[in-house]
Design a protein around this ligand. Structure first.
Ligand code: MG
Length: 452
């Protein structure tokens, strides 16, 4: 029996996303709790959430579903996604996190975490979808209903874990001045705590857990970080740090107020952390700077499809130490196999302290590539557009691992449908900014023309 097409997909690239009381209802959330508990088949599940105002509603709906199956719940409250993942890893527990990451405030989401702290593999999510679809839930009798409890200390232990991978004393000596924009997100408490443990003097922006994200859009892009950038331009800080809503990503601003692209911070950390013969993992969407750096180091670079869980799982399989995405998602294997915003920030501070250099000077030592990114709204299905794109690029060198990558001698373009929204992402990449822009424009115009 072929059931694959019959079962609607619920989990996107990064969990289930939706608008509470529209598609993400109490009933649905509770059923996902039941399905996850049936799949995990474990005595206890840890749960946590970001700061969104709908977090209570979705959390308690999921908790009710889990408890109804006879599984106990440990509630960790509001914390960064990587802090929950660390708790799961250390305690060997399955986890559920209620977050929509960087999405606008009206969204929320449900993401499942494996016992090793890494996001569930797609094949395991499909098992949960099957249980949900066929309603193969477990129902405990009243005396066997699960027990709900709260645990404290998850954030403190997570910070300890992060700090164990950097030279705390050396960073303290430097007394670095840091401006941190929490964007009302899940790390409003944890990242300032970590920075103060590192002896930094800290100025925070938006470090209040306002679940409507009234201060700024939670995607850490330059256009959303103008307050932090302007603050950095005053010249009174060594580093600016910002996270997305659930703080698994970190982006940086240099001491002059210049936004550092996530691709550059990934390349910088790779250059300093990877060693000869070691493996580094990144999706096809990161720039060729990381290829250059790995070649120089004698490290082996493995390219994957786009999606942090895919990068994490590949890192585990290949025993890689460093991996990540071009959007500020950095995975440091010695700590845990998932994106971790606080770990990324600690690694950058560690570099600045050890090398006694300004962050802008550290960046001068890595190859300078530009990625120009756009998105085009999908009016048709990607499957309908794809053949025309393939037709258009016939005779040119391509890679179809994920979307379509058109490779030229001095750059590439990547055309790829989003896993969560009805858009096509178009990337142009080159050492020459004009060339990157040209490649980007060529394919944005093509997609628009095909759809018109
Ligand atoms: Mg996130």
């Amino acid at each position: 029996m072929s059931t694959k097409e019959e079962i609607p997909r619920l989990f996107g690239t990064n969990g289930i996303r939706g608008v509470p009381n529209e598609d993400l209802t109490v009933e649905f959330s509770s059923d996902i709790g039941k399905a996850a508990a049936a799949f995990f088949d474990s005595p206890v599940i840890a749960i946590g959430r970001d700061t969104r105002i709908t977090g209570d509603m979705i959390t308690y709906a999921v908790v009710s579903g889990v408890l109804s199956t006879g599984t106990n719940v440990i509630d960790l409250g509001v914390l960064p996604t990587p802090a929950l993942q660390y708790y799961c890893k250390v305690n060997e527990l399955y986890g559920i996190v209620i977050t929509a990451s960087h999405n606008p405030p009206q969204f929320n989401g449900i993401k499942c975490v494996d016992k090793d702290g890494t996001e569930l593999e797609r094949t395991r999510e499909e098992e949960i979808e099957k249980i949900y679809h066929y309603r193969k839930f477990k129902k405990a009798s009243w005396e066997n209903i699960g027990i709900y409890s709260r645990a404290s200390g998850a954030i403190e232990n997570y910070i300890k874990g992060v700090l164990s991978h950097v030279d705390v004393e050396k960073i303290k000596e430097r007394k670095l001045r840091v401006a941190f924009d929490a964007g009302n997100g899940a790390a409003f408490f944890s990242t300032p705590s970590m920075l103060s443990a590192l002896g930094c003097s800290i100025t925070t922006l938006n470090a209040n857990p306002d679940g409507k994200f009234t201060s700024r859009n939670s995607e850490p892009k330059p256009e959303n970080l103008t307050d932090l950038i302007n603050l950095m331009k005053m010249g009174k800080f060594d580093l600016g740090i910002a996270h997305d809503g659930d703080a698994d990503r970190a982006v940086f601003i240099d001491e002059t107020g210049k936004f550092i692209d996530g691709d550059k911070s990934l390349t910088l950390i790779t250059k300093r952390a990877a060693k000869r013969g070691e493996k580094v993992v990144t999706p096809i969407s990161s720039s060729d700077a990381i290829d250059e750096v790995c070649r120089e180091l004698g490290s082996v670079l493995i390219r994957t499809k786009v999606g942090a869980p895919i990068v994490s799982r590949t890192m585990i399989k290949e025993k890689a130490l460093i991996g990540g995405e071009e959007n500020g998602g950095i995975i440091y294997g010695k700590h845990q196999y998932c994106r971790d915003g606080a770990m990324a920030a600690a690694l950058v501070l560690d570099l600045m302290a050890k090398e006694r250099k300004k962050v802008s000077n550290l960046l001068k030592e890595i190859p300078d590539y530009s990625i120009v990114k756009s998105q085009v709204h999908l009016k048709k299905k990607w499957e309908e557009i794809k053949p025309s794109v393939i037709d258009y690029v016939s005779g040119r060198k391509t890679d179809e691992m994920d979307g379509i990558k058109v490779i030229e001698k001095d750059g590439w373009a990547l055309i790829r449908p989003s896993g969560t929204e009805p858009i096509v992402r178009v990337y142009g990449q080159s050492k020459d900014y004009e060339k990157a822009k040209k490649l980007n424009r060529e394919f944005v115009e093509l997609i628009e023309k095909i759809q018109s």
